[in-house]
Each structure stands twice: as structure tokens, then as C-alpha cells.
Design a protein around this ligand. Structure first.
Ligand code: NAD
Length: 376
């Protein structure tokens, strides 16, 4: 089968869907690989590395002209125009973007959004949300440490003692857990908050302190259990109490890393302008939810500006919306392995494409087929 791998053109996107490592494996399976010139350069994979494993380096039109196109982000209108009806597209296509999916359907593509894979054991090896959130959590701490004008670890020197940084992590999913682990390795003192009570143990096992906000009603307890491992919106009563607890910790924090998300909904506001005002000068907030706040404005903090670093009330707010792209080589390596694993489900042993709808992962990821949007 002819597989095309275009150069990603979305602003700031540095990742690539196939690395020389996975190209070699696809080639060994008998496929012909067409990689767009420069597709892997930003992820430290020059054209020569692909050629060395038997891939062809081609122009954009030839990459999009393949039977199966492997991407990181959804194609632009110009890129879609290069694809023929019946092409299969695999990528992070944003399952909640109804307009984007309608465009893919209108182009006659069979498309799979890998973010829609269920959070099951079998789907773990192709779970792009986890592989990329893990990197985002790590890089958020690295960026914070870079922006913060003090030390993370406690230092006892002849010139005096420096206190350890106090880091507050809001949202303890995959990104939050990696942020805790990374900040801990740097010597910070960590407190973390989440709506799901099950994460308390995980926070503690990584050496952090869980900010406990007990549930007072059956409704609060039920909401906190979430659905499919994901958070659900919490009742206002609980959110008010959480806000008070978080506000106390944020006022004392040197660094806040916020990662709280609810699939398909705006990110919850957890750090208000008043809380930012209460922070010490020189504190840093890295808002992983940047650009996903209510109405697409802000993130977990309404003052965050997407893709910008700004200083407000003496606090540095980092609104980087694509942290994994700042770790392009490893983010691509993990993403490409996720893609390779997913292909095992939709490519037959004979090397042709099929759509096995009795497979729950395939059924969940299938977004468009035969001109129709399958699910949003
Ligand atoms: P996510 O990116 O959707 O959200 C990040 C975190 O924000 C979540 O922990 C969520 O509970 C939290 N959050 C939402 N609203 C909040 C609020 N108001 N205050 C504080 N925190 C809030 O989450 P994720 O990283 O994708 O992980 C979701 C779940 O899926 C986790 O339980 C994770 O362990 C689980 N998971 C399971 C598998 C698997 O079994 N294969 C794989 C990956 C993740």
C-alpha cells in the first residue's frame, strides 16, 4: 500500500507522524512510503534518515496522493484539496471539531481521530492523549523552571540558604502526574488538586500533598467519580469549596502548573484574576489548558493568553498550547509508535485497508466514511 507522510504546516507544529524507526517497520511490512521533503527535520529526522530505511522523499502533492495519509494534525483546506476521495487519514483530528470533521467527510475521506480511542488496557499502546500529555506535563515544568527567577531545590550554601520552590499542580491526569514527578525530581515542594478522589494516592506516591476537598452530598460524590476515567463538571457547591482551598495554596505558590480539562467542554476556571493578584512577584503559571477556557479565551486561568507568555500583576503566565511540539523528537517517536500500533487494526495481513467496526477502538476512532460524519 502507498503511505504518505506530509510535513505538518500548522503554526508551531514540529512533530511528524512517522519517524525513521516506524518507517523501517512499515517498509518491512511491504508498504511503499512517501515522505514529504523536510517532514521530519524539526523532529531531528532529516530526509536522509528516511531514505536510509527505504522511504521515498517526495513533494507535498505526492505525499497527500497516497492511499493512506498519516498526519499529526488535521489537514488544512489546501492540503485536503490534494487528497482523493477514498483516501484513509489517521491523525489527531479533534473529534469535537464538528466543522473540521464535516470538511473531511465532504472530501470523501475515511478518517480516524486517535484522540477518540477508549482509555482501555488494549488501547494503551495507541493512546495519543497519554503519550502527548505525558510530554506536556514534563515540558510545562521545564518551561516554568526556565521562567522562574529562583531555584527549584532547597540550597544550603556558604552564602546562605535558598528555600525550595512551592509548586501547585491543578488537575492530576497524565500531564499532572508527570508534572508532579518532574517537579519533585527538581526538588520542589508539591501540592496538587483534582476532582477525582482516586488520584490522592497517586499524588502521595509521587511525593506530593493532595489538596483534600471532601464531598458533602451524594451529587458531588457521583460527579467526582467521572465517566470512563474522565472528569465530569462538578456541582457549584464543591467547586466553591475547592476554589477556597486552591486560593490559599496559590497565594503561597511560586509556580502553578494547571492541566485541568473536561473532554468536549471548556476548561474549568481554577485560578481567578484575584488569585493571580495574591501571588508573589516573580511567580510563574504554566497553563496547559491555554486557549481552551470558556469561549476559547484563557485556560484554567482567564488571564492566560494562548501561545504567548505575558506578565500580569507581576506573575508570568505561559500560554503555550502545544508543549509536546517543544519536545519534537520524543513526542514524534511516541506518537509515531501510537500510529503504528493503530494501523495493526485497520490494515489486513495482506496489506490492504479495512474498517473492522466490531473492534471498539476502530469504531471509536472512526470519524468519517463514505461522505458521512460517523460521530462527533
Ligand atoms: P484530562 O486531560 O482530560 O484532564 C486532566 C485532569 O484534570 C483530570 O485528572 C481531571 O480529573 C482534572 N480536572 C477536571 N476538572 C477539574 C477541576 N475542576 N479541578 C481539578 N481538576 C480537574 O485527563 P487525562 O490525563 O486524559 O486522564 C483522564 C483519566 O484517564 C485519568 O484517570 C487517567 O488515569 C485515565 N487514563 C487511563 C488510561 C488507560 O487505562 N488506558 C490511559 C490514560 C489515562
Amino acid at each position: 500500500m502507498l503511505i504518505g507522510v506530509p510535513l505538518e504546516t500548522a503554526a508551531g507544529e514540529t512533530r511528524v507522524a512517522v519517524t525513521p524507526e516506524t518507517a523501517k517497520k512499515l517498509k518491512a511490512q511491504g508498504h511503499t512510503l512517501r515522505i514529504e521533503t523536510g517532514a521530519g527535520v524539526a523532529a531531528s529526522a532529516p530526509d536522509g534518515a528516511y531514505e536510509a530505511v527505504g522511504a521515498e522523499i517526495v513533494d507535498r502533492a505526492a505525499a497527500y496522493g497516497a492511499d493512506l495519509v498519516l498526519k499529526v494534525r488535521s489537514p488544512s483546506a489546501e492540503e485536503l484539496a490534494l487528497m482523493k476521495p477514498g483516501t484513509t487519514l489517521v491523525g489527531m483530528l479533534n473529534p469535537f471539531d464538528a466543522e473540521g470533521l464535516a470538511r473531511l467527510a465532504a472530501a470523501g475521506l475515511t478518517s480516524y481521530a486517535l484522540e477518540a480511542a477508549p482509555r482501555t488496557t488494549r488501547a494503551q499502546s495507541m493512546d495519543v492523549l497519554s503519550s502527548q500529555a505525558n510530554i506536556a506535563g514534563y515540558k510545562a515544568v521545564m518551561v516554568a523552571a526556565d521562567r522562574y527567577q529562583r531555584f527549584f531545590p532547597m540550597l544550603m550554601t556558604a552564602a546562605g540558604t535558598v528555600k525550595a520552590a512551592r509548586v501547585v499542580i491543578l488537575g492530576v491526569g497524565v500531564a499532572g502526574l508527570q508534572a508532579i514527578a518532574t517537579a519533585k525530581r527538581l526538588g520542589a515542594v508539591i501540592e496538587a488538586s483534582d476532582v477525582r478522589p482516586s488520584v490522592k494516592e497517586q499524588v502521595e506516591s509521587l511525593g506530593g500533598k493532595f489538596i483534600d476537598v471532601p464531598y458533602e452530598t451524594a451529587e458531588e460524590k457521583e460527579a467526582a467519580e467521572g465517566v470512563g476515567g474522565y472528569a465530569r463538571p462538578m456541582p457549584p457547591s464543591w467547586l466553591e469549596r475547592q476554589k477556597l482551598e486552591v486560593a490559599k495554596r496559590v497565594a503561597q505558590a511560586d509556580v502553578v502548573i494547571s492541566t485541568a480539562l473536561i473532554p468536549g467542554r471548556p476548561a474549568p476556571t481554577l485560578v481567578t484574576e484575584e488569585m493571580v493578584r495574591s501571588m508573589k512577584p516573580g511567580s510563574v503559571i504554566v497553563d496547559i489548558a491555554a486557549g481552551r477556557g470558556p469561549g476559547g479565551v484563557g485556560g484554567n486561568c482567564p488571564l492566560t493568553e494562548a501561545d504567548r507568555t505575558v506578565v500580569k500583576h507581576g506573575v508570568t503566565l505561559v500560554g503555550e498550547t502545544n508543549l509536546p511540539a517543544l519536545v519534537a523528537a520524543d513526542a514524534s517517536a511516541l506518537y509515531a509508535r501510537n500510529v503504528l500500533d493503530f494501523l495493526k487494526l485497520v490494515v489486513t495481513k495482506e496489506g490492504t485497508l479495512h474498517v473492522p467496526m466490531d473492534d471498539d477502538i476502530v469504531a471509536a476512532c472512526l470519524m468519517t466514511q463514505s461522505g458521512q460524519v460517523k460521530r462527533t
